[in-house]
Design a protein around this ligand. Structure first.
Ligand SMILES: Nc1ncnc2c1ncn2[C@@H]1O[C@H](COP(=O)(O)OP(=O)(O)OP(=O)(O)O)[C@@H](O)[C@H]1O
Ligand SMILES: [Mg+2]
Length: 322
């Protein structure tokens, strides 16, 4: 493990996807508004966190990998924040296209007394323009010599299109690991990628099989493998861990190692980051999936979209042998 982890810092991973800001507004409610029957939240603090594909990139960084990012932000304040956050973390921003026709995707949660009062989203879901697509593809070309793997983090906010994936697969020509965290509705974009990490809902939809028991789970995993012609399907199953389906026909179930669960949001981002980085650095798919499962177990034990470190993964491995 230690040898593998050492290789992470020379392992370049490009994250392409829908960048987001996860904004949390914390406060207290003491009265109902005189203007409408809604609570008045007295704001006490605000957090701005890297979300969506930006969280995947943050996870690669935290795991000790070398990360490159491609995506879009708007010409707005939150776009500046996102770029500043990347710079502060030491992540290059050359692949971030500032698109004047699209806002930066922001998900704002207002939380009072530990309860979400409302969430509001600012986003544009239509496909990126041909000009933006071509800037992204140019950036991919410049990165290619420095990277071993590409993560496509699809949140269905317009960046990931059939055309973009086709260009990526043509450029990589099966010489890089290309992994996808999929979204329902886009499964027919992903033909020919190396690996995919759907959750149960996404896998059911992608395979056209309702996953209700072990038998349907296995047939959904195998159907996706065949349909997408990929090397591996890693089906994430929430508190039941994950199941790895390999091209050889082998199926491996990995149970969860989380000891305490506080917040499951963002676990999928950690899974794709840890698995792609590990496999790109030379781990087998099975080893990579086990590392991904430990990393996810670490982040569900933290509040807010979180990341895991090598030390935390090693600790989790010691505490929970599989
Ligand atoms: N309640 C839980 N208890 C323990 N581990 C969990 C729990 N939820 C998620 N995990 C871990 O996180 C991994 C990914 O979770 P899940 O299957 O919910 O993915 P997801 O739906 O894509 O998540 P996301 O909300 O980030 O998109 C699981 O395979 C497991 O390792
Ligand atoms: Mg997910």
């Amino acid at each position: 493990m230690k040898e593998l982890f050492k290789r992470f810092k020379q392992t370049g991973i490009l994250v392409i996807g829908d960048l987001m800001v996860d904004r949390y507004i914390w406060g207290k409610v003491r009265r109902i508004s005189p203007e409408a029957p809604v609570p008045v939240v007295e704001v006490t603090s605000e957090d701005l966190l890297l979300g969506g594909a930006a969280n995947v990139a943050h996870n690669i960084l935290s795991l000790g990998g070398r990360v490159y990012v491609a995506g879009t932000v708007g010409t707005d304040y939150m776009g500046k924040i996102l770029i500043d956050r990347f710079r502060e973390s030491g992540i290059g921003t050359d692949g971030i296209v500032i698109d004047k026709d699209r806002p930066t995707t922001v998900k704002t949660r207002v939380i009072a007394h530990s309860q979400q009062v409302v969430r509001f989203d600012k986003e544009m879901k239509s496909d990126i323009s041909p000009a933006t697509l071509s800037l992204i593809v140019d950036y991919v070309k410049t990165c290619l010599p420095d990277i071993k793997g590409i993560i496509i983090s699809d949140y269905s906010k317009g960046l990931i299109t059939r055309a973009l994936i086709k260009r990526i697969l043509d450029l990589t020509d099966s010489k890089k690991i290309v992994s996808v965290d999929p979204k329902i509705g886009h499964f027919n974009f992903y033909n020919g990628v190396s690996l995919i990490t759907p959750n149960v809902n996404e896998a059911s939809f992608g395979a056209g099989i309702d996953i209700v028991d072990e038998k349907s789970l296995i047939s959904a995993g195998k159907t996706l493998l065949k349909k997408l012609r990929c090397k591996a399907v890693i089906l994430t199953r929430g508190d039941e861990g994950m199941s790895l389906f390999e091209k050889s026909g082998k199926v491996t179930h990995i149970s969860t190692c989380a000891r305490e669960v506080y917040d499951v949001s963002g676990a999928g981002d950690t899974v794709i980051a840890a698995i792609t980085l590990s496999h790109s650095a030379g781990a087998t798919l099975r080893e990579a999936a086990i590392i991904g499962n430990h990393a996810a177990g670490v982040v569900v034990g933290k509040v807010g979209t979180a990341v895991a470190t090598q030390e935390e993964i090693l600790e989790s491995m010691k505490a929970c042998k599989q």
